[in-house]
Ligand binder design. Sequence first.
Ligand SMILES: Cc1cc2nc3c(=O)[nH]c(=O)nc-3n(C[C@H](O)[C@H](O)[C@H](O)COP(=O)(O)O)c2cc1C
Length: 190
Amino acid sequence: MALKDLISKNRSYRRFDESFAIDYKTLERLVDLARLSASGANRQPLKYMIFNTPGECSRIFPSVLWAAYLKDWDGPEPGERPSGYIVILGDKSISEVFGVDHGIAAQSMMLGAAEAGLGGCMIASIKKEQLRNELNLPEQFEILLILALGKPVENVIIDQIKDGDVKYWRDEGNNHHVPKRPLDELIIIL
Ligand SMILES: Cc1cc2nc3c(=O)[nH]c(=O)nc-3n(C[C@H](O)[C@H](O)[C@H](O)COP(=O)(O)O)c2cc1C
């Protein structure tokens, strides 16, 4: 698939067919894409935790906060929840700062997921203390991002932004709309 098509397909999906199982190897392959990605000063301070069974996923879900702009939606219902998660951690024994490494790693993994016919959402709104306790996570690790992954069951439409309103929204058909700014607004010519 051409890169632009892959990036266009790689939307944030928040509703999934929860009966679809993602095998551990698939998620491990995504982490391998992160492994090969750029890292500031090549410090490579990121570590990853993989969760793919229903029992494991039910430990992560309560710590994830979904779609802040959709005020009347509390997140995916049972049956539409993710089938896997990758938790991105910063290993403070390697570096105290993680820069933009986790964003780069996350995008590599999301593109890999899209290529594999999966979809998901990067999650930064995390109940971090709750998750730390649930995972018994040593202080050495900082929770940076979660990727929630699955077989998407929602339709996401990219719209041209109107009146500068960046909020995503859902229509009567439950299609998810994502406004994007036009290219000529992004490129600054002085
Ligand atoms: C760093 C980062 C953190 C995000 N955190 C959350 C989050 O906590 N919860 C959520 O539902 N979506 C989250 N998102 C998804 C964004 O809302 C989404 O990228 C945005 O609405 C644009 O949609 P698109 O990814 O389909 O282009 C996050 C995205 C990024 C890049």
